[in-house]
Write a protein that binds this ligand. Structure first.
Ligand SMILES: [Ca+2]
Ligand SMILES: [Ca+2]
Ligand SMILES: [Ca+2]
Length: 590
């Protein structure tokens, strides 16, 4: 082998030298000098090394520049390069067999003259890789699958160079598809493979025409760059008809930085550049398949083109209802059912309509808890003559979630938020809708047993202070609230034009003796109008005696807050109180 190589190099050198004679200028006093080259990284002559070798060299030219190098393996020129190192996987196709190989370099100077060769003769050895199916990117052994699925082959090689992969369906002799550098394969419908815009990158598509229903075996093998092949591996699976992608019922919709309410509604933003974004999803995991693309449709319009992104986005969508249909297809070309999703962008219209949000526990709350019918009748009586309707909070829900939405309030002028049976006002969950309603000119009355209980804990007297960003400060105009732990509240005295109200002992267990605990007194903003002051049974010692417990804010929006629960007061007195309060709340709406 070495002799052949040396003769070859001599012949090449002679040819170059003869060519140089023909073009040489006979008048040049100093003929061009030949460049020189040395191997800097290479096995020593006679060494036995792994077949995949890093090799380096270094050349120079005394009267010019080296412009590149010819690389030769076993006497055959394999490339011309300007680099000074490379990695070569020398052929060694049989595992653990030793092969004699040579490597040589010739430098070329700027006038085309060649150096002497730098060369080494050595021996290489290689170990064949083993193949396996990558569990993360392949169907499982024994799986029942649809007419499309993914497999990923991996190579394990004690002396890795780089790997080639090959696959065969049902025929390990003549069915091989051909060596590839990519290890990921996707059996897919021909039309899915042809839709290259939606076909996954880095995956080799195999038409699924041979994937008939029934049992199949997939064979795989790998080889390294030295040519050593792994043993053949196999994967057994069964193809079944009738699988289709499933749409996930969870859809994520956002409106700028906000989410839609539970019923899909949202107030039209006062800003511009707000993106409506609806994201959906689907799965083919149940049959080890793969979702290939998605499409959507608005109302009865055209379906969108198939896309990799299950997203519908719109900027500054107009007020209105948006009925979307979503669909997915899998790599076998099968279509999912259509999933419908509804959003609505709402503009608030203020009117004299009063909505009572009734948070009653329907008799299942604390002692004295009214039934829903009792609460309904109470508010019907005290608001008789005004245009009222009710939302029963406990049953007004989407899935498990109670809600009040922009759509619910879109034509209202006043919301009466009631939780008089210590159902714990859900203000904390609803400060967004109430704030947005107030921002749009809506008006709010809140009355409850432990009316700020959603923000407080403990059973002793509680004093809460509210910072400038807190809902209580921003929308209830409240600096401080204080709750009594002792059962001492008897009601409140009226202030100015507003009448007071007394607790109705008949609505409470006898042991309460007509007195309530967890009533709140307040320190509201100075702009507020005080409507009532607390009356307690221990008036000589209690700090709650005479403190503000009902007040009204009527500047940029209108809010009335009652710290003594109205339901437990004498109904006729509350009716008289409402006659004084409602004109304030409805001012400008009728
Ligand atoms: Ca030279
Ligand atoms: Ca190897
Ligand atoms: Ca009700």
């Amino acid at each position: 082998m070495k002799h052949v190589y040396v003769l070859l190099v001599m012949a090449v050198g002679l040819a170059i030298w003869l060519a140089g004679c023909e073009t040489d200028n006979p008048g040049t006093p100093k003929p061009n000098q030949r460049p020189a080259v040395e191997l800097s990284v290479a096995p020593q002559d006679g060494d036995t090394v792994e077949h995949n070798k890093h090799l380096g060299w270094w050349g120079n030219d005394a009267d010019g520049q080296v412009v590149g190098y010819h690389l030769l393996v076993d006497g055959v020129r394999i490339s011309f390069t300007t680099a000074t190192d490379t990695t070569i996987a020398f052929a060694a196709p049989v595992t653990e067999q030793i092969y004699a190989r040579t490597f040589a370099v010739l430098a070329v100077d700027n006038e085309g003259l060649l150096s002497d060769t730098a060369h080494r003769q050595f021996y290489v050895i290689n170990w064949a890789p083993t193949a396996s199916f990558d569990a993360a990117g392949s169907i499982a052994e024994g799986a029942t699958v649809g007419h499309a699925f993914r497999v990923t082959v991996q190579a394990t090689d004690t002396n890795a160079s780089f790997s080639y992969y090959d696959l065969s369906l049902d025929d390990s002799l003549s069915g091989w598809m051909g060596w590839r550098r990519d290890s990921a394969y996707l059996f897919a419908a021909p039309e899915i493979i042809a839709d290259s815009a939606n076909f996954p990158e880095g995956v080799h598509g195999i038409p699924n025409t041979a994937l008939t229903a029934g049992a199949h075996t997939l064979f795989a093998r790998v080889k390294d760059a030295g040519g050593a092949e792994s043993p053949i591996i196999s994967l057994h699976f069964t193809v079944a008809d009738g699988f289709r992608p499933g749409m996930d019922t969870t859809v994520t919709a956002t409106y700028g930085a906000d989410r839609f309410y539970a019923d899909g509604s949202v107030y039209l933003s006062t800003r511009t550049g707000v993106e409506t974004r609806v994201e959906f999803s689907a799965s083919a995991a149940a049959y080890s398949g793969e979702i290939n693309a998605y499409r959507w449709q608005l109302a009865d319009g055209e379906w969108s083109a198939w896309s990799l992104d299950p997203v519908v986005a719109d900027i500054d969508a107009a007020v209105g209802d948006y009925q979307y249909s979503f669909m997915a297809r899998d790599a076998a070309g099968g279509y999912s059912d259509t999933l419908r999703y509804f959003i609505r962008i709402v503009q608030q219209t203020l009117s004299d309509s009063v909505i009572v949000v009734d948070e009653t526990a329907d008799g299942n709350g604390n002692p004295g808890s009214p039934s829903d019918a009792q609460a309904d009748q109470f508010y019907a009586n005290v608001l008789l003559g005004w245009n009222t309707r009710q939302i029963d909070y406990a049953t007004h829900k989407v899935g498990p979630t109670s809600y009040v939405s922009p759509y619910d309030l879109r034509n209202a002028g006043v919301v009466v938020w009631h939780a008089d049976d210590q159902a714990n006002l859900q203000l904390d969950d609803n400060t967004r809708i109430l704030g947005e309603f107030l921002d749009r000119g809506g008006r709010l009355i809140i009355s409850g047993w432990d009316v700020l209980g959603t923000w407080s804990g403990g059973t002793t007297d509680t004093i809460m202070s509210f910072g400038s960003t807190h809902f209580a400060r921003k929308y209830l105009r409240l600096y401080e609230g204080r709750r009594n732990a002792a059962r001492t509240t008897l009601g409140f005295d009226g202030n100015g034009e507003f009448p007071g109200c007394r607790i109705a002992a008949s609505k409470l267990p006898a042991s309460f003796q007509g007195r309530l605990h967890k009533c709140w007194s307040f320190q509201p903003s100075g702009e507020c109008l005080i409507m009532g002051r607390m009356v307690v049974s221990d008036s000589l010692t209690s700090p709650f005696q005479g403190r503000s417990t009902a007040y009204l804010y009527y500047q940029s929006f209108r809010v009335a807050v009652f710290g003594v629960p109205l339901y437990f007061c004498v109904e006729s007195e509350v009716r008289t109180l409402m006659e004084a309060v409602m004109p304030w709340m409805l001012q400008g709406l009728q």
